[in-house]
Design a protein around this ligand. Structure first.
Ligand SMILES: Nc1ncnc2c1ncn2[C@@H]1O[C@H](COP(=O)(O)OP(=O)(O)OP(=O)(O)O)[C@@H](O)[C@H]1O
Length: 411
C-alpha cells in the first residue's frame, strides 16, 4: 500500500497522531524484507452438512480447502475472488472467529490455530476485523461513544486520560467530529458509519486489521474516501492489513500483494505490479478484464471483457483436478485430473495452473478440450466518449471521488 500513496492525512485534514510504538510499522518500502506477522499453512474450513432427524453427516461445504500464505508486517494483502469462494471464511479463520478444520495459523511466530477464548483474549488486541456492512455491524441502540469504547471495556483496559478522551481522539483520527460522541449510528451516513467501525477496530492499537469487503456496501463516490483513510492510517499507525474484496479495482491501489481465491483455494498470489501487468491464472485474467482501465491513454484502446459462462461450481463437491477447469478456455485433459500446485513461476509470483498466461506452459503438448472452447464469451467493451463521465473508482489519489456533503466526515 505504500509506494504510490498520493494523499496524506494532512492533505485531507485528518489529524492522525502516532499511536503504535517504534518497531512495528516500519516506513514504507520493500515489504519482502520485513518480518512475517501472520503465517497460514494448509488452512481448511469444511462446514459439515447434517441431514435428517439424527443429524447424520451428509458431506461438507469446503469453504477454505488448503491455503498457504504469509502477511508481513506493514504490508497489505488484498484477497479477491467471486462471491462464495471462501474469502470471508478465510478472514474469520485468521482472526480466529472460526475454528479451522485443519492447517496452522501462526501470529508473530505463535501457533494460535486452536487457542480457546481465554487464550485468544490477549491476542484480540493485536488483530481486529472491520466488517462489510456498516449498517448492521453497529448496534443502533448504542451511542458512538459506547460503540468505539466497547473494546476497552471488553479487554478491561483504561487508556491514559480515560475512555471518553481516547474515544474522542479515535473519532478525530478517522475524520469524525469528536463532539458527536453521544450521537447514534442512524445519525451518520454510510461512509461515516464505516469510519466508526474503523475507529472501533483501532481502539486497542492492533497490529493486524482484517477488513472484509470494507467498502462494498458504500456508494461508489464514498468508497475512495474510506479506502484512502485505511491507506493513511496504515502509514501513520504502522498497521498490517488483509483487505478482502470481490472486485480487483477496490484493492488495486492499496495492496502490496494480492491473493486470488477460487472455490476455497488460492489460485494466484503475486506482487501487485506483477499481477496487474501480467496475470498468470486465466481466472485472474478474466477478473481483470472486468476492471475499468484507469490510464486515460490506454482507455482509448479497444478493451475486451472475458465473460465466464456458467456459475461457480458448488464447494460441496468441487470439480476434480484444477477446480477452474469447468470454466476455463485453456483446459485440457490434464486439468481435469491433476490439481496444479501453487508454484512460483517468477520471483514474487505464484500460480496454480497447468497452462498459465504470461509464463511457459507447464504441461505442453496438450489439446484444449471441446468444452473449454465454449467456456467463455469475449465482449468488446464500449469506449467512453470524451464528454461522458467515467465511473468513479477508488483511486489512490482520490481524484475519482466526489466529496459528497452526505459523507463530509466532520459535518
Ligand atoms: N457457517 C456456514 N455454514 C455452512 N456453509 C457456510 C458457512 N459460512 C460460509 N459457508 C459457505 O462457504 C462458502 C464460502 O463462503 P464465504 O462467505 O467464505 O465466501 P466469500 O468469498 O466471502 O463470498 P461472499 O463475498 O459472498 O461473502 C459458501 O459456499 C458459503 O455458502
Amino acid at each position: 500500500m505504500s509506494e504510490d500513496k498520493a494523499v496524506t492525512s494532512e492533505d485531507k485534514g485528518v489529524d492522525v497522531p502516532a499511536q503504535r510504538s517504534a518497531g512495528h510499522g516500519a516506513p514504507a518500502g520493500d515489504t519482502a524484507s520485513r518480518e512475517v506477522l501472520l503465517k497460514v499453512t494448509g488452512l481448511q474450513k469444511h462446514f459439515p452438512i447434517k441431514k435428517g432427524l439424527l443429524q447424520r453427516n451428509a458431506g461438507a461445504v469446503k469453504a477454505v480447502d488448503g491455503i498457504d500464505f504469509e502477511v508481513r508486517s506493514g504490508e497489505t494483502l488484498g484477497v479477491v475472488g467471486e462471491s462464495g469462494c471462501g474469502k470471508s471464511t478465510m478472514g474469520r479463520l485468521i482472526t480466529r472467529l472460526l475454528e479451522p478444520t485443519a492447517g496452522k495459523i501462526e501470529f508473530e511466530g505463535k501457533d494460535i490455530t486452536h487457542l480457546g477464548v481465554g487464550g485468544m483474549r490477549p491476542m484480540r488486541r493485536d488483530m481486529q476485523m472491520i466488517f462489510q456492512d456498516p449498517y448492521s455491524s453497529l448496534n443502533p441502540r448504542h451511542t458512538i461513544g459506547t460503540i468505539v469504547g466497547a473494546p476497552f471495556k471488553l479487554q478491561g483496559v483504561t487508556p491514559d486520560g480515560g475512555v471518553k478522551k481516547e474515544v474522542q481522539r479515535l473519532l478525530e483520527v478517522v475524520g469524525l467530529n469528536p463532539e458527536h460522541y453521544n450521537r447514534y449510528p442512524h445519525e451518520f451516513s454510510g461512509g461515516q458509519r464505516q469510519r466508526i467501525g474503523i475507529a472501533r477496530a483501532l481502539a486497542l492499537n492492533p497490529k493486524l486489521v482484517v477488513a472484509d469487503e470494507p467498502v462494498s456496501a458504500l456508494d461508489v463516490s464514498i468508497q475512495a474516501q474510506v479506502v484512502n483513510l485505511l491507506d493513511d492510517l496504515q502509514s501513520e499507525l504502522g498497521l498490517t492489513y488483509v483487505i478482502i474484496a470481490h472486485d480487483l479495482s477496490v484493492v488495486r491501489h492499496v495492496s502490496d500483494r494480492i491473493a486470488v481465491m477460487y472455490l476455497g483455494k488460492i489460485v494466484e498470489l503475486a506482487d501487485r505490479e506483477s499481477l496487474y501487468k501480467a496475470p498468470m491464472h486465466p481466472y485472474t485474467k478474466a477478473l481483470l478484464s472486468a476492471v475499468p482501465i484507469p490510464d486515460p491513454k490506454r482507455r482509448s484502446a479497444k478493451s475486451e471483457r472475458i465473460l465466464l459462462k456458467g456459475d461457480v461450481p458448488s464447494p460441496i463437491s468441487p470439480p476434480s483436478g484444477c477446480r477452474f477447469h469447468t470454466r476455463c478456455w485453456k483446459a485440457t485433459e490434464v486439468c481435469k485430473t491433476q490439481e496444479p500446485p501453487l508454484a512460483a513461476l517468477k520471483t514474487g509470483h505464484q500460480v496454480a495452473c497447468h497452462h498459465p498466461e504470461n509464463a511457459p506452459d507447464q504441461v505442453p503438448g496438450e489439446t484444449v478440450t471441446a468444452a473449454a472452447r465454449e467456456a467463455i464469451e469475449i465482449v468488446e467493451v464500449r469506449k467512453p466518449s470524451a464528454d461522458e463521465p467515467e465511473a468513479a473508482e477508488p483511486a489512490a489519489d482520490g481524484t475519482a471521488s466526489t466529496d459528497t456533503p452526505e459523507d463530509n466526515p466532520k459535518e
